[in-house]
Design a protein around this ligand. Structure first.
Ligand code: GLP
Length: 241
């Protein structure tokens, strides 16, 4: 796994956007895997701005999202809503090229169909954040490395952390859909972003700890083309880089 450490979250977003642009210039019809969460906001801001300046085009791009909550009371808490608000509504992407997991449908059917769609579309570049407990997507500690897209139950720690986007913790669903670890590993390239002090322990485990499903992100070290872009705060506990 290659690692780049930059000063702050803004620089991480800018760097990631320039790498996405590079991929896009090589393959304007690329398949991009999108993550939600606060970490990717600066990246999406930069992509929107590059698109506005006509430096990049989303006209042929296809996107798939990484994960989604099940049975939300308020759709505004969904990752789909987040992606539309922060990126998809603001760029020239075609509606038919947007593929998002739906957490309100029959989970088994939805996950099977989504996994098959990804099999035939092959994600060229998957964007990821990391949870404080080392999760990627909603693959919580203990997830099988061979897992595919499925319904999972969320850990108390994840529900608590993600409650920042909800009016109260009671509103945070107990279940979610996520791309599996093996699905993520099949992406041609992966960029994982980590910013902020609260990710420092997870980043240290990811970089220096054993490859174990107790830290799901650690499987990324076996990927042929995975890049970690962290800011100084997130990398602050990595004594060995
Ligand atoms: C969340 C999501 C992930 C996200 C990660 C980091 O729980 N399941 O898709 O990448 O955890 O979130 P944030 O960027 O808000 O710290």
């Amino acid at each position: 796994m290659k690692i780049i450490i930059l000063k702050n979250a803004e620089d991480v977003g800018e760097k990631a956007a320039s790498l996405v642009s590079e991929e896009l210039s090589k393959d304007p019809a690329m398949v991009l895997g999108l993550a939600a969460g606060s970490t990717v906001i600066p990246l999406y801001k930069n992509l929107v701005s590059l698109n506005k300046k006509r430096k990049i085009s989303f006209s042929r791009i296809k996107v798939f999202n990484l994960d989604e909550y099940c049975n939300l009371k308020n759709e505004k808490n969904s990752f789909s809503y987040f992606l539309y608000k922060n990126l998809l509504d603001k760029v020239n992407i075609k509606k038919e090229n947007i593929h998002l997991l739906n957490g309100n449908k029959d989970a088994n059917q939805e996950c099977r169909a989504y996994e098959n769609k990804i099999k035939s579309n092959k994600i060229g570049l998957q964007l990821l954040g990391i949870g404080r407990n080392g999760h990627i997507g909603f693959n919580e500690p203990g997830s099988n490395f061979k897992s595919t897209t499925r319904k999972v139950s969320l850990s108390a720690a994840t529900r608590e952390y993600n409650s920042k986007f909800f009016s109260s913790i009671k509103e945070v669903p107990n279940y979610a859909l996520t791309l599996g670890l093996s699905t993520i590993m099949k992406s041609k390239k992966i960029i994982l972003l980590a910013t902020g002090k609260n990710k420092a322990e997870a980043v240290n485990e990811l970089v220096n700890g054993p490859i174990t499903n107790k830290v799901p992100a650690s499987i990324l070290r076996k990927h042929k083309s995975c890049l970690l872009i962290a800011d100084r705060a997130a990398a602050s506990r990595c004594h060995k880089i």
